[in-house]
Design a protein around this ligand. Structure first.
Ligand SMILES: NC(=O)c1ccc[n+]([C@@H]2O[C@H](COP(=O)([O-])OP(=O)(O)OC[C@H]3O[C@@H](n4cnc5c(N)ncnc54)[C@H](O)[C@@H]3O)[C@@H](O)[C@H]2O)c1
Length: 352
């Protein structure tokens, strides 16, 4: 199988997962790295033995030796870098969210179609083992029609600061940052039904609570708590054309007793919980059974999830697989996320 020459654009926190996973893949040549911050790019180049370092992604994309790029930059640059990379003939793995707006998402989708290249959206949880197991139960009809799903991703303290809390660069707060993962996971496992309407609420009540001491949390590479223009928490009810519904709530901070991550699906024949840990719920001979699959990790395994996602992307680049998270799904997710923000701003349900 041919080697794939890869470049990573954005050398901050999450690039580490991309770089490590590529390094572990024998079919990958880690060829170039780019960051606005040259020192940061050089440090990663030294650590991973990457020969080419850039601060301008356009110069990087001009190198014909590069087959594929990972985009690990702020959300506001995902669309322009994706489009430029596709136009330069590269396959693209872009971190979630696909971009900031529906207009940008449609422009990226058009660039994919024009270029004939693949864009994989970094919905890493789709590639996780617990997701694959539930998907096989769903595909084999074990849950029946899934008509309701519920997801929460609650941080009591966890506004990452820097660009994450600057709406111009991020597009929003916990909804677009972590809500995107759990909404996508439910939607994917529900069979990607067409969205009919959304009703959402986004609150800015607590600020970033940078005053709180003695609790650690995820921070942007350039952490700065002085600027915060994103919501603290959001909730939404999403209705689908097939009658199914999805209820979600997410936060960067909330007066909650503890952090909470739950992803639950309810079908006509059975249910499934992916988080906090994998469980399949069914009924046999008039008895309810909670089944616990015997696997290494019942929850999302961050390191393994990235390895599986990036291995998959490399096979997509080699032409042996079709991506599990195509650009079209990134577009649908942007419609849902932006619809929730719009519903909150207008104080009413948004119909598509
Ligand atoms: N899949 C996941 O679970 C997951 C987890 C964390 C972050 N992310 C996503 O990854 C992306 C990056 O997040 P992070 O936590 O690494 O942020 P970060 O702030 O730690 O790093 C971002 C880096 O991108 C660089 N950058 C920004 N614009 C650039 C440009 N135009 N050209 C070159 N470099 C540029 C910055 O200088 C910075 O070093 C975001 O889109 C975020 O949503 C995904």
């Amino acid at each position: 199988m041919s080697n794939i020459h890869v470049a990573v654009i954005g050398a901050g926190s999450i690039s580490e997962m991309h770089l490590k996973s590529y390094q572990n893949n024998p079919d990958v040549v880690l060829y170039a790295i780019c960051d606005l911050n040259e020192e940061r790019a050089k440090a990663k180049a030294d650590k991973y033995g990457i020969p080419h370092v850039y601060t301008d992604y356009k110069k990087l994309l001009a190198d014909p030796r590069i087959d594929a790029v990972s985009i690990c930059t702020w959300n506001n640059s995902h669309a322009p870098i994706s489009i430029a990379a596709l136009e330069a003939g590269k396959n693209v793995l872009t971190e979630k969210p696909l971009c900031k707006t529906v207009e940008e998402a449609l422009a990226v989708e058009a660039a994919v179609q024009r270029s004939g290249k693949v864009l994989q959206v970094g919905f890493v949880r789709r590639y996780a083992s617990n997701t694959a197991i539930v998907k096989s139960f769903v595909d084999n009809g074990q849950l029946g029609e899934i008509y309701y799903a519920k997801a929460s991703c609650i941080r009591r303290l966890g506004n990452p600061g820097g660009w994450f809390s600057d709406i111009e660069r991020s597009g929003g707060g916990p909804l677009i940052d972590v809500g995107v993962h759990v909404i996508d996971l439910c939607w994917y496992l529900m069979g990607r039904p067409k969205v009919k309407s959304v009703s959402g609420n986004a609150y800015k009540k607590l600020g970033n609570r940078a005053n709180v001491k003695n609790l650690a949390f995820y921070k942007a590479a350039d952490y700065d708590a002085s600027h915060n223009t994103v919501e603290d928490m959001a909730n939404a009810m999403i209705r689908f054309e097939n009658g199914a519904s999805l209820l979600v709530d997410v936060s960067f901070t909330l007066h909650a007793k503890e952090d909470e991550l739950t992803v639950k699906l309810y079908g006509e024949k059975g249910g499934a919980e992916l988080e906090p840990e994998l469980s399949i719920i069914t009924e046999k001979y008039d008895t309810i059974l909670n089944l616990t699959p015997q696997i290494n990790n019942l929850s999302f395994d961050f390191v393994a999830g990235f390895q599986q996602e990036l291995n998959y992307f490399i096979e997509v680049c080699q032409g042996t697989k079709e991506t599990l998270s195509p650009v079209q799904d990134g577009v649908e997710m942007m419609k849902i996320l932006c619809g929730i923000y719009e519903s909150s701003a207008q104080g009413k349900e948004i119909h598509f």
